[in-house]
Design a protein around this ligand. Structure first.
Ligand code: PMV
Length: 326
């Protein structure tokens, strides 16, 4: 059977970085994210068929090999195991944003793959089972199964508040380079957990920060959300610097963007910056401050022609769609 699903990327305000269990892919700490809207989404069609001799995977119409194909194959093995089938699959994904630059492409990709392959294999999974399956592909994908504000601390993520709870929130995504990162999140977080003292210290405070952030979201207290988001972003960067050998996913321009936001906030907090494992700066703000944020970033955009700004509101979780890619 053939099935197609779409899912969006998400941006973590409290980061997942470090696994409790490498095989189970469960996280060391609670993470909280916003699911982005369809301007950062991946659509995937999966078909299991007796005619297929091998699993195949195309991304944006380009046949994938090596690591990308291996990760999809490993994921399909898990799905076949759950469904008790042996047919190989054809997987085709279309992504409307660049991969590997700090916009959680693997989150959108594996959430869409989980929903499409689960259905195509005849599994009838609950949202929480789907989240748990998506986690097998990439930890952050467990959160993209749900829309709005999402929390993840164990086997599966859970929705905290829907998009309608705080529709004024937006992520101004400042794309700095399309160059892919050389050390994957998987490898980077393992290195940090093994070598960083700052990381061990972080484990003692991050749960408290996650709880405070949850409260700020519940009360729609933007100033508090922004403070906690930036505190978390700085701690995440500190842990990367403190890893041996040290990790740097950012570009000078990423830091410049954060500086612009700190300047903008001097007369009262208007926005918060955060980063994933990549140079892209995510500026979280309210729609009423959008123009000020865009103006703050404009000089950087004008002097750096390769950059791009895209604005995303909160979006929905993974869903089946009727239009197949093939
Ligand atoms: O889901 P992974 O294995 O690609 O790791 C995601 C790590 C961060 O994006 C840096 C943080 C997060 O929680 O999304």
């Amino acid at each position: 059977m053939k099935a197609t699903a779409a899912a969006s990327a998400n941006i973590a305000l409290i980061k997942y970085w470090g696994k409790r269990d490498e095989n189970e892919k469960t996280p060391l700490n609670t993470s909280i994210s916003l699911t982005l809207d369809s301007s950062f989404s991946c659509t995937t069609t999966v078909e299991f068929s007796e005619k297929a001799n091998e699993d195949s995977f195309s991304l944006n119409r380009k046949e994938q090999r090596g690591e990308a194909l291996a990760r999809v194959k490993e994921f399909l093995e898990a799905v076949r195991g759950m469904a008790g089938i042996s047919e190989k699959a054809r997987v085709s994904s279309v992504m409307n944003f660049p991969a590997g630059v700090g916009i959680a492409s693997s989150a959108a990709g594996f959430a869409a793959l989980a929903a499409a392959s689960g259905r195509a294999a005849g599994l009838d999974l609950s949202p929480s089972e789907l989240s748990s399956l998506a986690r097998q592909g990439s930890g952050s994908a467990s959160r993209s199964v749900f829309g709005g504000f999402v929390k993840w601390s164990g086997e599966s993520a859970e929705p905290l508040f829907p998009e309608s709870h705080w529709p004024e929130i937006v992520d101004v995504v400042f794309l700095i380079t399309k160059k892919k990162k050389s050390i994957s999140s998987r490898e980077g977080m393992r290195m940090t957990a093994e070598t960083s003292r700052a990381f061990r210290k972080r484990l003692g405070v991050v749960e408290g920060r996650a709880r405070k952030l949850e409260q700020a979201i519940e009360k729609r207290n933007f100033e508090r959300l922004a403070e906690l988001t930036m505190e978390e972003a700085e701690e995440f960067l500190e842990c990367l610097r403190d890893t041996k050998p040290s990790l740097n996913y950012l570009e000078p321009l990423s830091h410049e963007a954060a500086k612009r936001i700190r300047e903008l906030n001097k007369n009262g907090i208007k926005a918060a910056y955060t980063f994933d494992a990549g140079p892209t700066a995510h500026i979280i703000t309210l729609r009423e401050n959008l123009e000020s944020v865009l103006n703050a970033l404009k000089p950087l955009q004008l002097t750096n022609p390769g950059t791009e700004v895209r604005v995303s509101g909160l979006g929905q979780g993974a869903r089946l769609v009727s239009r197949h890619i093939f």
